[in-house]
Design a binder for this molecule. Structure first.
Ligand SMILES: *Cc1c(COP(=O)(O)O)cnc(C)c1O
Length: 236
């Protein structure tokens, strides 16, 4: 069977994945980073055929943003026990149960109310949910994520929640041509992460950088990047 092509581009998903890993490796080398940076393949809006191809090419971490389609995909692939599904989208409280029941990671927790619901709704026969706190590092009012000043209380709440495990921080930075500013935001995130780690030494994940800005993110200390477009093609 000939592999499906991503978009109108004559390149397979496996080749695109390889290219993404090459970019990451280069960035690791340029910054003398020895611990591998993880790649989360962001498959939101993309059909299961393309996810299957990424899986067949060896990819195991996938990110989704929209609850309904995400749950359908998780259920479709549930016989693959080795996929880690990360929820990375905005969370409405009336949808939190689906996330608590179907995902192993949630990267977009930005308030106590949502953390409490996820903990209460996480089935007790499943391992605790791995949580990243989403930080609005630029303080832009239109962006989601908690403010830096709210981080300490939210982290403490998550740490004390039985069915949640605090793993680190996530951010989405504004698309900007100002590379200096972009790098500054990533570095501020790294500072927040290091500070939090002195208090919670077990946290291990700093998720930042996407198709357009993974190099500065890795330079600043990201150890997980989230790549959609460069693997699966443009979204509608
Ligand atoms: C869609 C999305 C991505 C992927 O962005 P690309 O630019 O397509 O690589 C990463 N992180 C989050 C939170 C997203 O919603």
């Amino acid at each position: 069977m000939t592999p499906l092509r991503a978009n109108n581009n004559m390149v397979t998903i496996a080749e695109r994945l390889n290219n993404a890993y090459d970019r990451i490796t280069k960035a690791e080398q340029n910054n003398q980073i020895s611990d591998p940076v993880q790649l989360l393949a962001v498959s939101k809006t993309k059909p299961i055929e393309l996810i299957q191809q990424a899986y067949d090419a060896g990819q195991r971490l996938f990110g989704e943003s929209y609850v309904q389609e995400a749950v359908d995909k998780v259920i479709h692939f549930q016989h693959y026990r080795d996929i880690d599904w990360h929820f990375i989208g905005p969370i409405q409280s009336n949808k939190s149960r689906h996330i608590a029941e179907h995902f192993s990671w949630v990267q977009s927790v930005d308030r106590i109310k949502i953390a409490r619901r996820l903990s209460e709704q996480r089935p007790t026969n499943l391992k605790p949910l791995n949580i990243l706190i989403q930080v609005n590092i630029s303080g832009d009012e239109k962006k989601s994520g908690c403010m830096v000043e709210e981080l300490a209380d939210l982290a403490e709440f998550i740490e004390s929640s039985k069915q949640l495990t605090l793993r680190g921080l996530m951010t989405i930075t504004a698309q900007t041509d100002d590379e200096t500013l972009q790098l500054q935001y990533f570095q501020q995130m790294k500072d927040c992460f290091d500070k939090l780690k002195t208090q919670y030494p077990n946290i291990d994940t700093l998720s930042m950088g996407m198709s357009g800005d993974l190099e500065p993110a890795i330079a600043a200390g990201a150890n997980m990047v989230r790549i959609g477009t460069d693997i699966f093609g443009k979204r509608q």
